[in-house]
Design a binder for this molecule. Structure first.
Ligand code: NI
Length: 175
């Protein structure tokens, strides 16, 4: 089921620390993950965190192919209660967020990230991502800690974007 993606500004769930998942392999958790992939693909994103659909749980999904690459099969990754084990190097690239549609800005992140997380059954796994996957994992884990990519921009740029969003909200063009 496609869920509504909540947008930045006036949605406190996006700026709160999400709660750990304690029960695994439940129908609710499977449904949440399925819905998150459906919602992410529909929105043409490469990652989605549960708070973005108003669920304050430490769950994120990523598919760096966006599920739209005809040559490559989907690469569905589910991260529950993820922890960053290590990061290395630097990369700067354009970043966007389904909760802040229409705004993309260069963000500096680590080039490599190793993350430990649980799967839907509760089993722990480790994954090392490079480039886009590293960026996506760090962006989504930020979400679970109530941090948006705007936090990585200069205060000047962040305030400018906030002002633009408020204007769109007033005009009723930001739902
Ligand atoms: Ni995002």
């Amino acid at each position: 089921m496609i869920r509504k993606v909540v947008r930045y500004l006036n949605n406190p769930v996006l700026e709160q620390v999400a709660e750990p998942v304690t029960e695994f392999d439940t129908p609710e958790l499977h449904q949440l993950v399925t819905d998150m992939f459906d919602t992410m693909y529909k929105s043409h994103g490469v990652g989605l965190a549960a708070p973005q659909i108003d669920v304050a749980k430490r769950v994120a999904v990523i598919d760096v192919t966006g599920g739209e690459d005809e040559e490559e099969p989907p690469q569905k990754l589910v991260f529950i209660n993820p922890q960053i084990l290590s990061v290395d190097g630097k990369q700067t690239g354009e970043e966007g967020c389904l909760s802040i549609p229409g705004f993309r800005e260069p963000v500096r992140r680590a080039k490599l990230a190793t993350v430990r997380a649980q799967d839907v059954k509760g089993d722990w796994f480790e994954i090392t991502g490079e480039d886009l996957l590293a960026r996506a994992m760090l962006h989504e884990i930020d979400h679970l800690n109530g941090i948006l990519f705007l936090s990585h921009l200069s205060a000047l740029k962040r305030d400018l974007i906030k002002r633009k969003i408020r204007k769109l909200q007033k005009a009723g063009e930001w739902e």
